[in-house]
Write a protein that binds this ligand. Structure first.
Ligand code: G4P
Length: 332
């Protein structure tokens, strides 16, 4: 899927993180508990490599509890990593976060060696909500203090515990197509940046197999048992939902765009039940396939440019586009 990626402050945030990470003890990364693998920023992993990490699976109230438990176990098994599940209903998440950071960096603490923590996450993952809860709504300090860039906020959680906030950041290119769909379904990507029908079809493709009961109940698809739904074509399921909801154009045709919006809205609001769109194993497979495809693309590109360089200048017409030229770097 080609997502029109609008990374926003990506480059300046990247620079700010690179600078800040030198003086950081622990990195907290907020992930969306419904898509933990897809919402993890691969660029952040590179920028903060070697730092202890707390993975917060946020919005756990919307995610499948059994899958959240598996993801927590997956992350907790990684070196120098602690994982916790959170949601906006928790009024005192600071205790859990502070404890996890002290476990990872036991030598920090006290006024002489305050804990210094960087908090990051993709847009819409719930970072502002969490920080508001942590600070009780106190305004965090921004760039008017020496050593703090305009893009950062420093939050003093305790006299010996500082939290640096960074703007929500995406990354330049998605190599796992399924991650693109899941991010779009979750609301992390602006609505003008993708085809809603395409995203809703991909979403239904997963839901009809794993969460058919929730879909059937919400859309009153009483005639469909779970097996029948799982065997349906995604397009037919979308069409059936559109009819049930009365999203019709003239002559009995379903308004697929409207229906796609309904499906995504119901998913995001949690009305289809508590849903997780990927397991650790599924994500690992998607990632491996994405990396293979990316390596093949890079190899082809390198071969093409080598061939191009080897060609005598007279062979190529100025301005001509070779037949096998790739389209603009796809953002998928
Ligand atoms: P950001 O700073 O990371 O961009 O995210 P922000 O806190 O603004 O949260 C994005 C949306 O996610 C908000 O909803 C917020 O209420 C919701 N949210 C944050 N944390 C949780 C959580 O743990 N569980 C659930 N279910 N939702 C959460 P919104 O629709 O943009 O606004 P509104 O509904 O609050 O008006």
């Amino acid at each position: 899927m080609a997502i029109q990626w609008f990374p926003g402050h990506m480059y300046s945030t990247q620079k700010a993180i690179t600078e800040r990470v030198k003086d950081i003890d622990v990195v907290i990364e907020l992930l969306d508990a419904r898509l933990p693998g897809s919402s993890a920023n691969p660029m952040l992993a590179e920028l903060t490599a070697g730092r202890p990490s707390v993975k917060v699976l946020n919005k756990q109230d919307l995610a499948d509890p059994a899958q959240t438990a598996r993801w927590l176990a997956h992350y907790n098994a990684l070196p120098a990593t602690r994982a916790i599940g959170l949601d906006a209903s928790q009024t005192t998440p600071a205790q859990q976060l502070v404890k996890a950071c002290h476990e990872l960096s036991p030598n920090r603490g006290g006024m002489a060696k305050p804990m210094r923590v960087l908090i990051c996450g993709i847009p819409n993952v719930g970072k502002s909500t969490l920080i508001n809860t942590l600070t009780g709504g106190r305004k965090a300090k921004t760039g008017d203090e020496a050593g703090i860039t305009k893009l950062e906020q420093r939050i003093v959680l305790a006299d010996d515990f500082y939290l640096w906030d960074t703007p929500g950041m995406l990354w330049p290119r998605i190599i796992v197509p399924k991650s693109g769909y899941n991010l779009a379904a979750s609301g992390a990507v602006g609505r003008n940046a993708f085809d809603e029908e395409e995203v809703a079809l991909e979403l239904l493709d997963y839901l009809k197999v794993h969460y058919a009961a929730g879909v059937a109940t919400r859309f009153k698809l009483v005639e469909l048992d779970t097996e029948t739904m799982a065997g349906m074509k995604d397009e037919d399921l979308l069409d059936t939902i559109g009819r049930k909801r009365g999203a019709l154009l003239g002559k009995g045709k379903v308004n697929l765009q409207k229906t796609a919006e309904i499906v995504m809205h119901e998913f995001r609001a949690g009305n289809l039940g508590r849903i997780t769109l990927e397991t650790p194993e599924e994500f690992a497979q998607w990632l491996a396939a994405g990396q293979r495809a990316d390596a093949e693309r890079a190899a082809k590109k390198a071969a093409r440019s080598k061939k191009g360089k080897a060609k005598p200048a007279s062979d190529s017409m100025p301005g001509a586009v070779p037949e096998d030229a790739p389209a603009d770097d796809p953002q998928d």
